[in-house]
Ligand binder design. Structure first.
Ligand SMILES: *Cc1c(COP(=O)(O)O)cnc(C)c1O
Length: 365
């Protein structure tokens, strides 16, 4: 029996995609082989990559002046790969600190440059995103880095900064890429580990403006040099072929979700707003459950919350599991609960969670 999986990642995938992968497992499109067994140099896999890239470009309206790279190493590797490629002789990069994931990016970048924290909401316990008028931007920064959805703290940017002087904006979008339309042209580079909202772990997506290629540090590993990866169509070395295939099926699934008059990502955004409002609305109305993030900065993807009495956490989790609502325990650094409600979490899963929240409060609150 399938459960409702609220894990932050690896996370729920669309059931249709899993069923299709199962149907195609032993014999992909008459090849007599599983996708896992196809040569990454053969025409069949070339077709899978080309289609995945074309669909991603269509979904996000990625301009021609941007390259799409299928990489490995996860978002944490990108925390090093980004400075290795984008410093281009400069010594300073600007970072906005909004929680655990931006902190990790900052710490890693400090090995390669002066990673300047130009704004932070640490003092308030990461309950809001510092507004741009508080940012102390450096004059000569190579780039400005944001984590646009903090998966652990549950904060999301619902606005983008206006940058002057052509400083490239770099974003870790691991946990909300494809959950809403994104104006790609406002960014120099976007990266995302796939295992939250895109596909299986092992694949990292990078979308990078062409003029930022070609400046990698001489000590940057070739497999992590954006120019090298781009020149080889993401096939410089063996890519995570099966993960790319599944991500491609997710892109096709997203395209099938489009409602008349709306793009697929406008459709997903509307659904994600509805699902998150249902959950936040229930938590807000209760007075027993608590959330800490300021309303304007709440994530639509990751919803951390606390019970009125944390001694009941174990009882809550056990009851949830008995109903097929799993992986609701909050990250250990925050405590409490967290419901991750990515694209593939059906509305019915959120409804089941909300019903359980209401009943639990009635019984124990
Ligand atoms: C999960 C996550 C990461 C870590 O990704 P890995 O693929 O494990 O390296 C980094 N940033 C954000 C925002 C995440 O959600």
């Amino acid at each position: 029996m399938r459960v409702f999986n609220f894990s932050a990642g690896p996370a729920v995938l669309p059931e249709e995609v899993l069923t299709q992968a199962q149907d195609e497992m032993l014999d992909w499109h008459g090849s007599g082989m599983s996708v896992m067994e196809l040569s990454h140099r053969g025409p069949q896999f070339a077709n899978i990559v080309a289609r995945a890239e074309a669909d991603l470009r269509e979904l996000l309206a990625i301009p021609q002046s941007y390259r799409v790279l299928f990489m490995q190493g996860g978002a944490l590797a990108e925390n090093a790969i980004v400075p290795l490629n984008l410093l281009r002789g400069r010594t300073v990069a600007d970072y906005v600190d909004t929680g655990s994931w931006s902190q990790k990016s900052i710490r890693e970048a400090q090995r390669y440059c002066e990673a300047r924290v130009i704004a932070s909401s640490a003092a308030s316990g990461y309950t809001h995103i510092p507004p741009q008028d508080e940012w102390q931007m450096s004059a000569a920064a190579a780039y400005l880095h944001l984590c646009t959805n903090e998966t652990i703290g549950g904060l999301e940017y619902h606005w983008l900064p206006e940058l002057e002087g052509g400083v490239p904006l770099v974003a870790d979008m691991s946990s909300h890429l494809l959950s809403r339309p994104v104006p790609i042209e406002r960014f120099g580079l976007i990266y995302a580990g796939a295992q939250k909202n895109i596909g299986p772990s092992g694949l990292t997506l990078v979308i990078v403006r062409e003029d930022l290629l070609g400046g990698a540090h001489p000590l940057c590993p070739s497999a992590f040099d954006y120019q090298v990866v781009a020149d080889h169509g993401s096939l410089f070395n063996t890519p995570p072929t099966y993960a790319i295939y599944i991500a491609g099926l997710v892109f096709e699934w997203l395209k099938r979700q489009a409602l008349p008059g709306r793009t697929p990502l406008q459709t997903m955004e509307a659904r994600n707003i509805e699902k998150s409002e249902l959950l936040y609305g229930t938590l807000d109305a209760s007075g027993w459950y608590r959330t800490v993030v300021e309303k304007a900065d709440r994530s639509r993807m990751n919803v951390p919350f606390f019970l009125g009495d944390d001694a009941l956490d174990g009882v809550f989790l056990k009851g949830a599991e008995e109903r097929g609502l799993v992986q609701l325990r909050g990250h250990k650094s925050v405590g409490g609960m967290r419901a991750s409600i990515y694209n593939a979490m059906p509305r019915a899963g959120v409804v089941a969670l909300v019903d359980y929240l209401t009943e639990f409060e009635r019984q124990y609150g």
